[in-house]
Design a protein around this ligand. Structure first.
Ligand code: PLP
Length: 493
């Protein structure tokens, strides 16, 4: 039996470490007392589980015990619609028998095989499947465990690539290509390399002393435009800036690293359409690699399997995570084009193998989940159903245009950002301490909908499996919550 936590209320039964067959945690004394069971779990979660990006001083525990389809069920048996796909990763709903079965079948054979120097049948099949699904000659899949690691692998791959090419081609100047060009307000994860590429001040500023400095381009935000730039000129404005940065710094640039089309963590910021293709062309002209971070956008979120496909772009390296396993298990992939992979091939004595590898990269349980999730795109006829769902989502959001505190409603496929502002005409934000985004999400939660904001941008990113009825419930709840917050802020309220 574990030690009693020092601040545990004296009348609270201790937490059992023995799981029952149905996955709950009964203690001998209170197995039937659902309320005290729930209270103990909430306590354990609040006291011992240190949650990321969460102020623990006022964290109100939400302990999920089960999930069914697009619904989460907490320790008090409350049902919550999963309006952000369990942080942007669930694709086909929770507890899908097809994915569960695939994992169980794999578990009956082997749970883990390293991918360093050996492989596994399931992981090999997944690599082959991904090579077939990803655009162009993105054929070589390097596995890791989370999106940040996929980005770390990509940036190291790019550096080592130029080093190899410099040696192979007798062009030593290429070995000096060791910098990256990253976007303003970028987010690529929380490991040190990924944070270096990032530019979300309140997440990243503190860590600057241990980070490398990328070259930083502007954030091509389609809502807050640069002074003097008209919406019709936005593409040209940003394309020229990026083209100029790439051409001026080509000699030192290993790669441009970007989130294609939409910067999710920055607040669902939409780029002007066409920018990605222009940057691809500039990279080609100046011998600079293009790394597309599709950790958030991959696997159908934008309405296509990958966001790059909207503009017919094949990046040199594609980073995938989150939805890769249907949101089931931690797995990420860094997919490289053939010419990149080939640059690492040499006689063993030359030591040109990729100097990077993760213990759990390519884990077969996760690979089994990923293969089953990919199958479900066919079985569930996702590509047939998705356009109707995207339209229904848009229709449900339309009335928000009239709400005085709604500055912008932006949507790409199933990714939505609703930006709440103090002044619609000037786009002036609310004081951050008012926590307007949080207030909306708390009200939605009371209505049985779980969403999580990014500052004052209310984010919706439901699973692709969400039904039309559930979509209506999601948008109705969010509208009601926003209306209530708007009413509470109205003069004289
Ligand atoms: N890249 C992008 C674009 C992301 O949105 C995220 C996470 O939200 C990451 C990378 C990091 O992924 P992970 O949290 O799995 O490390």
């Amino acid at each position: 039996m574990p030690d009693m936590p020092p601040d545990m209320p004296p009348d609270m039964p201790p937490i059992s470490t023995h799981e029952s067959p149905n996955g709950s945690f009964p203690s001998a004394s209170a197995a039937t007392d659902a309320e005290s069971q729930s209270a103990r779990l909430v306590h354990a979660d609040r006291v011992h589980h240190w949650h990321g990006f969460t102020q623990m001083a006022d964290y109100e525990s939400l302990v999920i015990e089960r999930a069914e389809g697009n619904w989460l069920i907490d320790s008090a048996s409350r049902r919550l619609l999963d309006g952000v796909s369990s942080l942007w990763c669930n694709v086909h709903g929770h507890h899908r028998p097809e994915i569960d079965r695939a994992i169980i079948e794999q578990l009956g054979r082997v749970a883990h095989v390293t991918s360093i120097g050996m492989g596994c049948d399931t992981t090999a099949c997944l690599a082959e499947r991904l090579a077939g699904l990803t655009p162009g000659d993105l054929d070589h899949v390097f596995f890791s465990s989370d999106g940040s690691s996929a980005v770390e692998a990509a940036i190291k791959m790019a550096i080592q690539y130029w080093h190899s090419v410099a040696r192979q081609s007798g062009r030593p100047e290429l070995a000096t290509k060791t910098r990256y060009l990253a976007f303003g307000s970028a987010y690529h994860g929380d490991t040190t390399g990924a944070v270096s590429l990032g530019d979300i001040t309140h997440f990243h500023r503190l860590f600057r002393p241990i980070l490398f400095e990328p070259l930083r381009g502007p954030c091509p935000d389609s809502y807050r435009l640069p002074a003097g730039v008209e919406p019709a000129d936005l593409l040209e404005h940003h394309a020229q800036q990026y083209e100029s940065l790439i051409s001026r710094h080509a000699g030192e640039l290993a790669a441009v690293v970007l989130e294609p089309l939409i910067q999710a963590a920055a607040g669902m910021i939409l780029h002007p359409p066409g920018l990605l293709a222009r940057i691809r062309q500039a990279c080609d002209r100046h011998e600079v690699l293009l790394i597309a971070d599709e950790v958030a956008t991959g696997f159908g979120r934008t309405g296509r399997l990958f966001a790059c496909q909207h503009e017919g772009v094949v990046p040199d390296i594609l980073c995938l995570g989150k939805g890769l396993t249907g949101g089931y298990l931690p797995m990420a992939a860094t997919v490289a084009r053939r010419h990149l992979f080939d640059a690492f091939l040499s006689p063993r004595a030359d030591n040109r193998q990729f100097f990077h590898g993760h213990t759990f990269g390519g884990n077969p349980l996760a690979a089994a989940a990923a293969l089953a999730s990919i199958e479900l795109f066919e079985t569930d006829r996702v590509w047939e159903c998705l356009p109707g769902k995207i339209q229904r989502l848009a229709a449900g959001l339309r009335p928000l245009g009239d709400v005085p505190i709604v500055g912008d409603v932006r949507q790409l496929g199933m990714m939505v950002g609703i930006e709440l502002v103090a002044d619609k005409s000037t786009r002036e934000p609310f004081p951050s301490e008012w926590e307007i985004g949080n207030r909306v999400c708390e009200l939605a939660m009371q209505d049985g909908v779980w969403i999580r904001p990014l500052g004052d941008v209310v984010v919706l990113m439901p699973p692709l499996s969400i039904t039309l009825k559930e979509l209506d419930l999601l948008t109705r709840s969010v509208r009601t919550a926003i209306d209530r917050v708007a009413a509470s802020l109205a003069p004289g309220a």
